[in-house]
Write a protein that binds this ligand. Sequence first.
Ligand code: SF4
Ligand code: SF4
Length: 62
Amino acid sequence: MKVKILVDREKCYLCGSCVAVCPKEAIITESEEWKFFPERCIGCKFCVLACPVGALVAKEVE
Ligand code: SF4
Ligand code: SF4
């Protein structure tokens, strides 16, 4: 199942935990901004589990 990872920018404080656990480098936190690269994501949801403030959700896409 392909997923899109969505961030709640009000909650995210750019700690980098999601970046650290992503096996595909599909998330970066750079220039004070959280960025997602859907073409790299394999839908493991490690990032969602790793976020200490629950800022990420995985939305299933076609
Ligand atoms: S679901 Fe997995 S591959 Fe996709 S961004 Fe999160 S940790 Fe990376
Ligand atoms: S783990 Fe959560 S708070 Fe930390 S950078 Fe990722 S989305 Fe933001």
